[in-house]
Design a protein around this ligand. Structure first.
Ligand SMILES: NC(=O)c1ccc[n+]([C@@H]2O[C@H](COP(=O)([O-])OP(=O)(O)OC[C@H]3O[C@@H](n4cnc5c(N)ncnc54)[C@H](O)[C@@H]3O)[C@@H](O)[C@H]2O)c1
Length: 340
């Protein structure tokens, strides 16, 4: 079985990718410092998969630990999720973000080169596109100046990888630009664990319905969209996880010295009110929300052109918005009031 190192593998997307990797015949090895995840995720994964999961509590910024993990395992590839991801915090504390998101990538690339591991998948984000002029947004759309230090770290990481490959490195690398990952594993064993007040819409919805938050504010309903609220491309986290497996399999088939980027979204945009309606339908709950003023800096509408990933990786999403909302709600019910 090919071993795949997943940094940040105890986190939201990493843990679901661990499931998909095992189900596709790989052996995931998790490296996480648990700064934004819980140790209980390991047990949850083992219950879902009915197998032991190898994991290390380590920090990607600690080069000695990272190299030690490489020396103990023969990795076929690496998926690098570990990063800090709170946009607001990145504005207040940019150096934390440049260090954790950019320096960790450099340390990882060095370790991969030292141990002859060629294949890498990086978590990037649709945030690199800003507000695209043409929709749906394809990979050839020029990236825009980042709105936050967090967004900038994703652009910089992409640039580092592109330049590294341009320099003749033998690696094979894919950066995946995620749109809006939501949902949870249908078993309700793993899901998103937002710390404090959630910055994303779906955990805010489920926490409001669970009584943890009093009400949801919808930021603006006078935009140029079907119902005036902002539009995003919401993708079930298990579909996103599958895109990582397909990316690793794709990389194995490429010549050395390879870099490419792929959008990962459903190809459909949904408004905030559509997401709320889907939630109310699958949960049978009425959501307490109100319309508030526009929020500065919000992208009004974005959704992905997914032709490239469909054609080259043979990947297509399987889950609907309602599936995602059902799984997110079941996960919230399981969490109860945790996350207060
Ligand atoms: N969730 C989203 O909406 C979204 C969208 C686009 C891109 N991304 C990117 O996807 C990746 C995964 O996101 P997520 O939503 O699963 O986040 P998450 O916070 O749930 O998972 C990240 C994991 O990395 C770990 N981690 C952070 N810094 C570390 C370090 N220095 N060493 C070891 N472990 C470390 C955390 O403990 C956590 O378990 C991130 O790179 C994020 O920027 C996420």
């Amino acid at each position: 079985m090919k071993k795949i190192l997943i940094t940040g593998g105890a986190g939201f997307i990493g843990s679901h990718t661990a499931v998909s990797l095992v189900q596709s015949g790989f052996e995931p090895v998790i490296l996480d410092n648990f700064s934004n995840s819980d140790h209980s995720v390991i047990g949850s994964l083992e219950r879902i998969l009915e197998t032991k999961i190898k994991w290390y509590e380590a920090d990607c910024l600690d080069g000695d630990s990272v190299r030690e993990i490489f020396s103990e395992n023969e990795f076929a590839g690496v998926i690098h999720f570990a990063a800090s991801k709170a946009v607001g915090e990145s504005v207040a504390n940019p150096l934390k973000y440049y260090r954790n998101n950019v320096e960790s990538l450099l340390i990882l690339i060095d370790a991969m080169a030292e141990y002859g591991v060629k294949d890498l998948v990086l978590s990037s984000s649709c945030t690199v596109y800003g507000q695209p002029e043409i929709l749906p947004v394809s990979e050839s759309t020029p990236r825009q100046e980042a709105e936050s230090p967090y967004g900038n770290t994703k652009k910089i990481c992409e640039d580092i990888l592109r330049d590294y490959i341009k320099s003749g490195a033998k690696s094979r690398i894919v950066a995946l630009r995620y749109f809006n990952p939501i949902g949870a594993h249908p078993s309700s064993e793993i899901g998103e664990l937002p710390k404090g007040v959630p910055a994303n819409l779906v955990p805010f919805i489920t926490q409001t319905a669970a009584g943890i938050r009093r009400e949801l504010t919808v930021f603006g309903n006078d935009y140029d969209t079907p119902d005036g609220t902002c539009v995003r491309d919401y993708i079930h986290v298990l579909d996103l996880a599958d895109a990582h497996v397909k990316s690793i399999q794709y990389l194995f088939k490429q010549e050395e010295n390879f870099y490419d980027v792929f959008n990962v979204g459903t190809g459909n945009g949904n408004t905030v009110l559509e997401v709320i309606k889907a939630f109310e339908k699958v949960s049978g709950k009425h959501l307490n929300y109100r319309i508030g003023p526009r929020r500065e800096g919000d992208v009004v509408k974005t959704w992905a052109n997914t032709d490239k990933i469909k054609n080259l990786l043979g990947w297509t999403p399987k889950y609907s918005l309602e599936d995602s909302m059902r799984d997110a709600w079941n996960w919230q019910v399981k969490l109860g009031s945790a996350g207060k």
